[in-house]
Design a binder for this molecule. Structure first.
Ligand code: TA6
Length: 305
């Protein structure tokens, strides 16, 4: 499908009456709105970006900055940015966009289905083209499979379409909504090796205690496949992020100074969010043989505390 398909054409092709519609979202960007029995969600074709997920009877699970941009070529600040094919600043070229180009490009819709259990499955795609090959000389195809159920289940599938081996980093840079970061703790990363980006990349092991937040926190946990649980005390809920095909987990809160430094993030929004990112990054890059496919999956669910 050409990227030029308008929201109207996409709606005609993929709408599910009473369940899924496609129209102009923020910034007039094409947006898929899901109102399924178990949950509601929003997915922008821009970056295949899940911007909203709310299980029926619960409050939104994902944070979205009130100052976020919604514009071609610009990242959306909140929801689940898709990071590919490099994580953070590109070591080899500082002029490259941070976190790669996948979140900056318009994706296509492959399918949208209502399933027997009332959940909705949406598949979005992105293939390499001249623009991506100019930045990263590897032919690839990406598919994002999103299942909107009482939980949010997302899989990022990457296929190596070239005749050479490829190496890449990736992340589902998930912004969870919490009631107050100072009353929030994280479990599941005890004793795990980490790179602390707030301490000049210092490497150390996490303690055996739940992680608390007392300041800017930016850590890449390595060689961990475990689920992460966020105790969102202010909202009396437990948010769990299970994962497959991911060997790293990133934990990030910008705190006060970094919040002020980001134009697309409100100065007072930092207590309301915590990024728990299912990733393959730093020491945990993915090496993919020609014609091979790699899948990374995250399942985000909520339960009362
Ligand atoms: O995942 C944490 C991180 O790498 C932080 O260092 C911070 O830069 C954050 O991502 C947001 O990056 P962005 O490019 O979206 O502003």
């Amino acid at each position: 499908m050409a990227h030029t398909d308008s929201g109207m054409e996409l709606h005609d092709r993929f709408a599910i009456p009473g369940v899924l519609r496609i129209g102009a979202g923020n910034g007039e960007l094409p947006c898929i709105t899901v109102t399924a029995e178990p949950a509601s969600a929003e997915i922008y074709l821009h970056g295949a970006h899940v911007t909203h997920f709310q299980p029926r009877g619960s409050t939104p699970l994902l944070f979205m900055s009130k100052s976020s941009q919604f514009a071609p070529g610009k990242p959306i600040r909140g929801g689940i940015p898709l990071i590919f094919p490099w994580f953070g600043a590109r070591a080899s070229d500082k002029t490259s966009p941070a976190h790669g180009f996948a979140r900056l490009m318009p994706w296509d819709i492959e399918s949208a289905d209502l399933r027997a259990d009332g959940s909705v499955r949406v598949v979005l795609t992105l293939a390499s083209d001249d623009a991506t090959l100019a930045q990263w000389p590897h032919a690839f195809s990406l598919r994002l499979i999103v299942i909107v159920a009482s939980f949010l289940d997302i899989t990022l599938e990457i296929r190596n379409r070239s005749a050479q081996e490829m190496q890449f980093e990736e992340a589902m840079h998930t912004y969870l909504k919490v009631g107050n970061i100072r009353q929030t703790t994280v479990e599941g990363l005890a004793d795990v090796e980490l790179v602390d980006k707030v301490a000049a990349g210092e490497r150390r092991k996490e303690s055996s205690e739940p992680i608390r937040f007392l300041g800017e926190t930016d850590r890449v946990y390595l060689h961990t496949t475990s689920a992460t649980t966020v105790r969102d005390v202010a909202n009396s809920r437990l948010i769990t992020v299970e994962k497959e095909g991911s060997d790293a987990t990133v934990v990030w809160n910008p705190w006060i100074a970094k919040a002020k430094a980001m134009a697309d993030f409100g100065d007072e929004e930092w207590p309301d969010m915590l990024c728990i990112e299912s990733a393959n990054a730093l020491d945990c890059v993915v090496t993919l043989a020609p014609s091979a496919t790699h899948r990374m999956r995250a399942k985000i669910s909520v339960a009362p505390l």
